[in-house]
Design a protein around this ligand. Structure first.
Ligand code: G6Q
Length: 550
């Protein structure tokens, strides 16, 4: 395979960034703040209903000038416009990438192969409105005439992570009669845990699969159907099973009436699909009007990304800062720290969005890249992380950039809690930036009356290097609209980085491999003969056969 200069290293801006980094690597953010009292104003931006403070980064105005020059040189604006226009930028699958059309106003015209997709998008939205209204009002009833109380979404990856994360995030807006469940894992413990809680009379299953062939989803859907049929019989299936898919034939073969199928299209990637009918559990949980607000919030961020100059373009800035650390400082992971319990699934969602999109090692033309691409994305909610892994981020050997996310107002009435939460969030960002010098530790300990020899022994342990970068993303409160904007912000950040690295952010051949790999081993575990694999796999299969009595 030919090694290529990536989109990034082929630019003049890259050379300039390399020499700029030679200086910048020694800067201390403490000094940058001391020298420039306007740093917060200079390095913060508003867009799409969100606010980003990026002043606690190892940057100055020259850094941002060079990074924006890089974005222009790799053609970010041109590729962004190509995406919005419905060009087939997913080149390995020959597909357009149009999650932005799913949240565009009905009167927009967005064409794929000369066909305006908007009438069809809005036809399905209307279908979702009708269905979600009926489930919520109690008009859609189970076989015994009772209203639905439990909704079980069966899907995996992009057909699970989005709706689950959003339903969790919008928990305070959920219809009080409804409990939402998400089953994804082929591990039967997942489905078993849900089936043991729900009543077939009042449970609705949504089988969500773009292809309707994914092994995990199909197995879970079949087991759920068997569970239902063994209690009630086939005749009542239509009241309890609906499908979301692009594959009408497979839906019909499974036994779900296509009347109860909500379609979407091949130009919606799995991890970008929560805006499509894959968002049906969201519409059912919070109501269609709220779902519309969620789409509108994302559209606001789309408009910001599409029209704001790169210098004040929030997703572009977030993406370029990530490139600055990944490709010049050599950092290898990014931590996501939402200070909001209802965003407890957000880091897992971003893990798929960014790592599946940009976890690539070849260029769009198929040449091996000469730069590092997507870092590891991980994290959990604050303040919990502070009592666990933040230690490593403060005093460990790796520099890990952090994205803090917070809502200024809570969605609850426990008034005393929120200032404490925000104080912790801001304090952590401040501590990452400032650290604590040996002198500061010494004088603090001396004031507490600690003996001098103990101070000497403890200073290295109690010193914090600081100079650790973070972004702070703020919203007024977590609502369907701000959540939509937040997700879209990260989608476009991911897009920006994909363009800089020159990868196709919209395929996922690594996932496709997983979809076929297990088949022959499954036959070896359950079939008459164990088959021949490598010695390790043979040994593991033998243990599984013995345990399962194959
Ligand atoms: C997402 C990926 C992947 C996909 C799942 C489920 O971008 O392609 O996570 O969403 O493998 O696929 P189906 O929806 O086809 O079942």
């Amino acid at each position: 395979m030919a090694m290529t200069r990536s989109a990034l290293t082929a630019t003049a801006a890259h050379e300039a960034l390399l020499s700029h980094h030679a200086e910048a690597k020694d800067w201390q953010m403490r000094d940058l703040f001391a020298r420039d009292p306007d740093r917060f104003t200079r390095f913060s931006v508003e867009g799409g209903g969100l606010f980003l403070d990026y002043s606690k980064n190892r940057i100055n105005e020259s850094t941002m000038r060079l990074l924006t020059a890089l974005a222009r040189e790799v053609g970010l604006e041109k590729r962004r416009d190509a995406m919005f226009a419905g060009e087939k930028i997913n080149s390995t699958e020959h597909r357009a990438v149009l999650h932005t059309a799913l949240r565009a106003p009905a009167m927009a015209t967005i064409e794929v192969d000369g066909q305006n997709v908007m009438p069809e998008v809005h036809r399905v939205l209307e279908q979702m409105r009708g269905f979600s209204d009926r489930v919520r009002s109690g008009q859609w009833q189970g076989y015994s005439g009772k209203a639905i109380t439990d909704v079980v979404n069966i899907g995996i990856g992009g057909s699970d992570l989005g709706p689950e994360m959003v339903c969790r995030a919008l928990r305070p807006f959920t219809h009080p009669r409804l409990t939402m469940h998400f089953v994804s894992n082929v591990d039967g413990h997942d489905l078993d845990a849900v089936l043991s809680k729900v009543n077939p009379e009042t449970t609705l299953f949504i089988v969500a699969s773009k292809t309707f062939t994914t092994i995990e989803t199909m197995m879970n859907a079949r087991s759920a159907r068997d569970w239902f049929v063994s209690r009630r019989g086939e005749q009542d299936l239509p009241k309890h099973f609906v499908a979301v898919s692009t594959n009408a034939k497979a839906v019909q073969d499974f036994g779900i009436d296509t009347q109860n199928m909500f379609p979407f299209w091949d130009w919606v990637g799995g991890r970008y699909s929560v805006w499509s009918a894959i968002g049906l559990p969201v519409a059912v949980a919070v109501g269609f009007d709220r779902f519309t607000e969620f789409l509108a919030g994302a559209h606001g961020m789309d408009e910001h990304f599409r029209t704001a100059p790169i210098e004040s373009n929030m997703p572009a800035i977030l993406g370029l800062l990530g490139v600055w650390y990944r490709n010049y400082f050599g950092t290898s992971s990014v931590s996501i720290a939402p200070y909001h319990q209802d965003l407890s699934a957000f880091a897992a969602y971003l893990q798929q969005l960014e790592m599946e999109s940009n976890g690539k090692r070849v260029s769009r033309d198929g040449d091996l890249l000469d730069v590092a691409t997507c870092p590891v994305i991980w994290g959990d909610v604050g303040t919990n992380g502070q009592h666990a892994y933040f230690q490593l981020m403060h005093q460990g050997t790796d520099v890990i950039p952090v994205d803090f996310i917070a809502a200024l107002k809570p969605n609850h009435g426990l008034a005393a809690h929120h200032p404490v939460l925000l104080a912790n969030c801001f304090a952590q960002a401040k501590a990452f930036m400032r650290g604590k010098t040996a002198d500061e530790v010494r004088s603090e300990m001396a004031q507490q009356g600690v003996p001098a020899d103990e101070i000497d022994a403890l200073v290295p342990h109690r010193t914090f290097p600081g100079n650790r970068p973070s972004n702070m993303i703020l919203m007024e409160s977590l609502t369907p609209a701000t959540l939509g904007a937040l997700i879209a912000l990260y989608e476009h950040k991911t897009f920006t980085q994909g363009v800089v690295w020159g990868v196709n952010s919209f395929d996922q051949w690594g996932v496709e491999l997983g979809k076929v790999l297990a088949k022959s081993i499954e036959a070896s575990i359950t079939g008459p003969q164990p088959g021949v694999h490598d010695p390790s796999t043979n040994g593991l299969i033998a243990r599984a056969r013995a345990a399962l009595g194959s």
